[in-house]
Design a protein around this ligand. Structure first.
Ligand code: SAH
Ligand code: F3S
Length: 481
C-alpha cells in the first residue's frame, strides 16, 4: 500500500553514492509526504556538488538537515522532538550545523532562529538552489534564511539522486504548490502557488530512469490533474497567455499520453488527483495505455456536501459519486483510494453518516484517514472554531477506519483465483523466501521467489489475501519484460 504519509518512512535518512573527493558529511532526514522525500533527493544532489557525502551517523555529521512537514500538528511535534535530539548531539559536536527545510521552514520562518537556538539555517521549499550560498554564510558563523516562494522554480534542471531506492520505482515531480485553498490545508501557504514543470524535462528524467533500469515512475504533485504547461509560469496566469501558448499547451491527460508513448514498457502511476480537476480525458488516457496503472488516489475528505463546501472543495457529494461512476465505466478494473478527515468544524453526526454512506457507495480499495487538526494561518483556523471534541473525532475516525478495513478486505478478495501482473520491488518484509511488489491496482502482492529477480514483471496467481496484501504464486513472466 502506497501511502501519502508513509509511517514507515518517517525520519528516513538518505544515503547517496560516496564521492572520494567530498570531505564533508551531510545527515538528511525527511518527514511528511512523498514530495518531501523527493525534494530531499534534489537537496542531496545539489550538496553533492558542494563537497558533501551523506552519512547515517548523526554524531559524525558536519551538516544536519531535516525536511519538515506541517500538514498536521502531530507532524510538527515529531520534528520538534528531533530538533531536541540534534541539540543534545551538538553539545558533543559543537561544529555541527543544523538546518530546517520544507514546510515548517516556510511556516515558521525566522522564528526558528530566534526560538530554537540550535537552528543555523532555514530554507523554504523553493530555495534549495540557494543552499550553497546559505551554507557559505553559516560557515562564516552567521545564521542564514531563505524562505522566498517562487513563481517559476520546479527544479526541472536538477537530476535527483536516487541511490537509497530499490532501483525499480521512482517518483518524478511534475507540479509544485497548490492553488486550491482547501480551508483546512497549509500546503498553499507553505509550498506556494501552483506551477508545472516543462514536459520535456519530465520526459528526459523518465528516460534517464529507464536507462538506469527503473521500471515504474509515479508522477507527483499536490494536484496532478491541474498540470498545465504553456511555456512556464503560474497556473493562475494561464488566462493571460498568448493564443500560441494556449494552442500548444500541455494538460495532464496529454502529459500522461506523452510519457506512456515515450516509455511503453515503463509503468506509470500518478498522485494526487483532485476530484474537481480530474477530467474525463485523464480517465481515457489511463484506459488507452496499458502501461498506465489502473489506480487513482482520489481524496474526498468528507461525504457531506455541506462540509465539502465549508472545506472549499469545489464539488458536491453527488458530483463526486458521478465521477466515481465515470471511473468505473471507463476503467472497469480501476482501484480507488481516499483521504478522509473526521471532525472538521461543525461536522454533525448526520454529516459523519454521509461520509460512511459515501464510503459504502465507493468501497475504496484503501484509504488514509485523519482526525481534523487545526493549522495556524489556514482559512478554517481564522474563520471557524475547532468545535468537535477530541473524543468525538477519535470515535468517528475509528468508525471510518473500521469500515475501510472491511472494504479493503472486500477488494482484495476480488483478486482470489485471478492472475495479476506484479512488478517485483523487494524482498517481502515477513520472509526472505518471498518477493514483494504491487499489481496495477497498487495492492501489495507477495509470492515465493523462484528464479525471478527484482525488476521483473511476473504473472502471479492469487490464492490468499489479507485486507492489505495478496498472496500467490508466480506462473511465468509477463509479456511486458
Ligand atoms: N493534495 C495533497 C493533499 C495534501 S495533504 C496531496 O498530494 O496529498 C494530505 C492529506 O492530509 C489531505 O488529503 C487530508 O486528508 C490530510 N490533511 C490535510 N490537512 C489536514 C488537517 N488540517 N487536519 C487533518 N488532516 C489534514
Ligand atoms: Fe491542500 Fe487542498 Fe491543495 S488538500 S494540497 S489545498 S488540493
Amino acid at each position: 500500500m502506497e501511502k501519502i504519509i508513509d509511517e514507515h518512512k518517517q525520519g528516513e535518512t538518505l544515503v547517496t553514492e560516496h564521492k572520494n573527493e567530498n570531505g564533508r558529511k551531510l545527515f538528511i532526514e525527511s518527514y511528511g509526504c512523498q514530495m518531501n522525500f523527493s525534494d530531499s533527493e534534489i537537496v542531496a544532489s545539489i550538496l553533492a556538488k558542494e563537497g558533501f557525502n551523506t552519512t547515517q551517523q548523526l554524531e559524525e555529521a558536519d551538516l544536519v538537515l531535516v525536511n519538515t512537514c506541517s500538514i498536521r500538528d502531530k507532524a510538527e511535534q515529531t520534528v520538534r522532538k528531533r530538533l531536541e535530539k540534534y541539540n543534545s548531539v551538538k553539545r558533543i559536536n559543537p561544529g555541527m550545523k543544523v538546518g530546517v527545510l520544507g514546510c515548517m521552514a516556510e511556516r515558521l520562518k525566522s522564528k526558528f532562529l530566534d526560538e530554537e537556538k540550535i537552528v543555523d539555517l532555514v530554507v523554504g521549499p523553493d530555495a534549495y538552489k540557494d543552499l550553497p550560498n546559505l551554507i557559505a554564510e553559516v560557515d562564516e558563523g552567521r545564521n542564514a534564511v531563505n524562505v522566498i516562494l517562487s513563481k517559476e522554480e520546479t527544479y526541472g534542471d536538477i537530476s535527483p539522486v536516487r541511490l537509497q531506492s530499490n532501483g525499480v520505482t521512482a517518483f518524478v515531480s511534475i507540479t509544485r504548490g497548490c492553488d486550491n485553498m482547501c480551508t483546512f490545508c497549509v500546503v498553499p501557504f507553505t509550498r506556494g502557488r501552483e506551477r508545472s514543470r516543462d514536459p520535456q524535462s519530465i520526459l528526459e528524467e523518465v528516460q534517464e530512469l529507464w536507462d538506469k533500469g527503473f521500471k515504474e515512475v509515479t508522477l507527483l504533485g499536490q494536484n496532478v490533474d491541474s498540470y498545465l504547461w504553456y511555456g512556464g509560469g503560474l497556473k493562475k496566469d494561464f488566462k493571460n497567455a498568448s493564443e500560441m501558448q494556449k494552442a500548444t499547451s500541455v494538460d495532464f491527460a496529454k502529459l500522461l499520453d506523452m510519457v506512456a508513448i515515450a516509455q511503453p514498457k515503463m509503468r506509470i502511476r500518478f498522485s494526487t488527483s483532485n476530484p474537481q480537476d480530474m477530467h474525463e480525458s485523464v480517465l481515457h488516457a489511463i484506459a488507452k495505455h496499458r502501461n498506465i496503472c489502473s489506480y487513482i488516489h482520489l481524496p474526498v475528505q468528507s461525504g457531506s456536501t455541506r462540509i465539502l463546501k465549508e472545506m472549499n472543495r469545489q464539488h458536491t457529494r453527488e458530483e463526486y459519486m458521478a465521477l466515481i461512476d465515470k471511473v468505473r465505466e471507463i476503467i472497469p478494473d480501476c482501484a480507488i483510494s481516499q483521504d478522509m478527515i473526521t471532525g472538521f468544524p461543525t461536522e454533525t453526526e448526520e454529516d459523519h453518516q454521509d461520509t460512511l454512506s459515501l464510503m459504502e457507495y465507493v468501497k475504496y480499495d484503501f484509504g488514509f484517514m485523519f482526525a481534523y487538526s487545526e493549522r495556524p494561518g489556514t482559512l478554517a483556523a481564522r474563520k471557524m472554531e475547532d468545535d468537535i471534541p477530541e473524543d468525538v473525532k477519535k470515535h468517528r475516525l475509528n468508525e471510518i477506519i473500521n469500515m475501510q478495513q472491511k472494504h479493503s478486505k472486500y477488494r482484495t478478495e476480488q483478486f482470489l483465483g485471478k492472475t495479476v501482473e506484479v512488478l517485483i520491488e523487494k524482498e517481502s518484509k515477513r520472509s526472505n523466501k518471498h518477493w514483494a511488489g504491487r499489481n496495477s491496482q497498487n495492492t501489495m502482492t507477495v509470492f515465493p521467489k523462484g528464479d525471478y529477480k527484482v525488476g521483473d514483471f511476473v504473472m502471479v496467481k492469487i490464492n490468499e489475501c489479507t485486507s492489505a496484501t495478496l498472496i500467490g504464486e508466480a506462473v511465468g513472466y509477463s509479456d511486458n519484460n
